[in-house]
Design a protein around this ligand. Structure first.
Ligand code: GLN
Ligand code: ZN
Length: 482
C-alpha cells in the first residue's frame, strides 16, 4: 500500500489487532502503524486481522490465573475492547497523556513471562551432534530387529483405547477433588491391566498402555512441564463440534519430573511383550498451544524437545524398548503457499523432533505417528525426522501415498492404517487381508507394520475389540503366506 497507494473510493478494513494470538496489543506500535495506514487510505475501519474463531471468548471468565498473567491476555472480548480504545486514542492528538495509553505501555514494559536461565543455556549449547542418532537408520533397524525379535508384519495400535464412561469419570472426579491421587491411580492401573490383558490375549505384537490418564494429546504434557498456564474456560473450536482448551506458553519450558514412566512401566510389568512408551512430540505440543511471541517458535520447540528428551531417556532407563513420539500436527504451521513449504518452519520442526530421540541407544526403536494431515507432499521431510517406524492415516486416501514412498526411497518402516477408526464399522478379516496384499505390492514386507489409522479413544469397546481381532487374524494369515 505504501508503494501503490489505496483507491479513494474504497473503505479499508485494517486488521490492526491480531486475531490469532491471545496477547495484549502494544498500543504504541499499533498507533504508529495506523498513522502510516491513514497517510495512504482515506476511509479506514479498525478491525481484527481475522475472525475471532481462533481465540477463547473472554479473559473475564478466568478466576484462577495469577493477575500478572491475566493482565497480558486478550481473548475475543478484550480484543474488541482494544479496538475501541485504539479508535479513540487515534483521534486524540494528546493520546500519549491518556490513562488508557499509559496503562497499556506500563503493562507492555512489564514482562511477566516466567524465564529459566538453565533452560535457555541448554538450548544455546546445542550443536550439530545433538540432532543425530549414533548409527544410521538402516543399521539401527537391523539391530532392532535382532534385539526386539519382531516377526514380519508386527501388529500394534496407535496408543489410546476406548475412553469409556468409567475412564472419563475417574479423571473428572480426580479433577474435582472427589477422589485422592491414590484412588485415581488404582483405577488407572485397573484400566491398564484390562487393556494389556486384552491385547496379549488377542495376540498383538507391540502393546500400549491405553492412555487412560489423558483426555487429549497436549493437556497432559502441558500439566507436567513447567512454562505453561491453563485457562478454565478458554475453549476454542477444534473441528466440527469439538472444542479444545489449548494451554498457553507462559515461560521457558522444563520437565519437572518423570511423568509417563510409572504408567508405562506398570503396563510393561504385566506382559512379556513390549509396551510402547507414548509421548506427544514437541511440534504438536507447540502447535496446539498458544505460543509466546517474545522468543521464536524454533526456540520454544527446542525447549519442549529437550524436556521430552529427558522423558525419553527416563523411559529407556526404565527398560522401555520402543517409544512412540506422536506428531499429529506437524504440518499445521506450514505456510499456505506450496512454494514456501520447504521453509525454515519445516526444517526447525524436523530438528525439534530429532532432538527428542537423538540420545537413545541404537536398539531402542523410535516410532512416530501422524494424522490429520496428508503428508504425501513432504515425504522426504518425514523421512528426515529419522524415526525408525511411522504409523499414519491411510485408509481414507486410497493408498496413493505408498507409490510416493517408493519413489522417494522412504527408509522409515511404515504402518499405513489398515482400517478407518473414524467409523464404527468393523472391518472384516478378508477386507484387511486385501488391503495388506495391496500394501505388500508396494512395500517390502520387512518394512510393513499392521495397525489402525489412529488412536481408538473415540470408539466403543465392542467394535474396537472385534476390529483388532480381525486385524491380528488378517496379519497372521498373510504372514503365513510370506
Ligand atoms: N497416541 C495418540 C492416541 O492414540 C495419537 C492421537 C492422534 O494421533 N490424534 O490417541
Ligand atoms: Zn492419529
Amino acid at each position: 500500500m505504501e508503494t501503490y497507494g489505496f483507491p479513494d473510493d474504497k473503505v479499508l478494513f485494517a486488521g490492526l489487532v491480531n486475531g490469532k494470538n491471545i496477547w495484549r496489543s502494544d498500543y504504541a506500535i499499533k498507533l504508529k502503524l495506523l498513522t502510516r495506514i491513514r497517510k495512504k487510505a482515506e476511509k479506514v475501519v479498525l478491525s481484527t486481522s481475522c475472525s475471532l474463531l481462533h481465540v477463547p471468548y473472554t479473559v473475564g471468565n478466568e478466576n484462577q490465573l495469577p493477575d500478572d498473567v491475566k493482565g497480558h491476555l486478550a481473548f475475543a472480548c478484550e480484543k474488541l475492547g482494544e479496538l475501541a480504545e485504539l479508535a479513540a486514542l487515534a483521534d486524540n492528538t494528546d493520546f500519549a497523556d491518556t490513562e488508557e495509553f499509559q496503562a497499556n505501555q506500563e503493562l507492555i514494559a512489564h514482562n511477566a513471562i516466567r524465564t529459566d536461565e538453565e533452560v535457555q543455556e541448554r538450548v544455546k549449547a546445542l550443536s550439530e551432534k545433538d540432532f543425530h542418532r549414533k548409527e544410521r537408520r538402516t543399521d539401527r533397524q537391523m539391530l532392532q530387529r535382532k534385539a526386539l525379535a519382531q516377526k514380519l508384519l508386527p501388529t500394534t495400535t496407535i496408543g489410546s483405547f476406548p475412553q469409556i464412561e468409567d475412564v472419563k469419570r475417574n479423571r473428572f472426579r480426580f479433577k474435582k477433588g472427589e477422589i485422592t491421587k491414590a484412588e485415581y491411580d488404582e483405577k488407572i492401573k485397573g484400566f491398564i491391566r484390562e487393556c494389556v490383558r486384552f491385547q496379549d490375549e488377542i495376540g498383538l505384537v507391540v502393546l500400549v498402555h491405553g492412555e487412560f490418564e489423558r483426555n487429549d494429546m497436549v493437556e497432559y504434557f502441558g500439566e507436567n512441564l513447567s512454562g505453561f498456564v491453563f485457562t478454565q474456560n478458554g475453549w476454542v473450536q477444534s473441528y466440527g463440534t469439538r472444542g479444545v482448551k489449548p494451554p498457553i506458553v507462559f515461560g521457558d519450558i522444563k520437565r519437572e519430573r518423570d511423568f509417563t514412566v510409572a504408567y508405562i512401566s506398570y503396563a510393561n510389568s504385566l506382559t512379556e511383550k513390549d509396551v510402547k512408551g507414548m509421548l506427544t512430540g514437541p511440534v504438536t505440543i507447540l502447535n496446539w498451544s498458544f505460543p509466546r511471541e517474545d522468543i521464536s517458535l524454533k526456540e520454544c520447540m527446542y525447549q519442549i524437545a529437550l524436556a521430552l528428551q529427558d522423558e525419553v531417556l527416563a523411559l529407556e532407563q526404565a527398560g522401555v524398548r520402543i517409544i512412540q513420539i506422536d506428531e499429529a500436527a506437524l504440518r499445521e504451521k506450514l505456510p499456505l503457499r506450496k512454494e514456501d513449504w520447504y521453509s525454515e518452519y519445516l526444517d526447525d520442526a524436523i530438528l525439534a523432533f530429532r532432538l527428542t530421540s537423538s540420545k537413545v541407544r541404537s536398539e531402542t526403536q523410535i516410532h512416530t505417528h501422524m494424522c490429520y494431515s496428508e503428508f504425501e507432499e513432504i515425504i522426504p521431510a518425514i523421512d528426515a525426522m529419522d524415526a525408525d517406524v511411522i504409523t499414519f492415516e491411510a485408509s481414507r486416501s486410497q493408498l496413493t501415498i505408498l507409490d510416493s514412498l517408493k519413489e522417494n526411497h522412504f527408509e522409515t518402516e511404515v504402518g499405513p492404517g489398515v482400517y478407518d477408526i473414524h467409523s464404527p464399522r468393523v472391518p472384516g478379516v478378508e477386507e484387511i487381508k486385501e488391503t495388506l496384499d495391496l500394501m505388500l505390492h508396494k512395500l517390502p514386507a520387512e518394512n510393513l507394520w499392521v495397525n489402525p489409522d489412529c488412536g481408538l479413544k473415540t470408539r466403543g469397546p465392542q467394535e474396537t475389540g472385534q476390529s483388532l481381532k480381525n486385524m491380528v487374524q488378517a496379519a497372521k494369515e498373510i504372514r503365513e503366506k510370506l
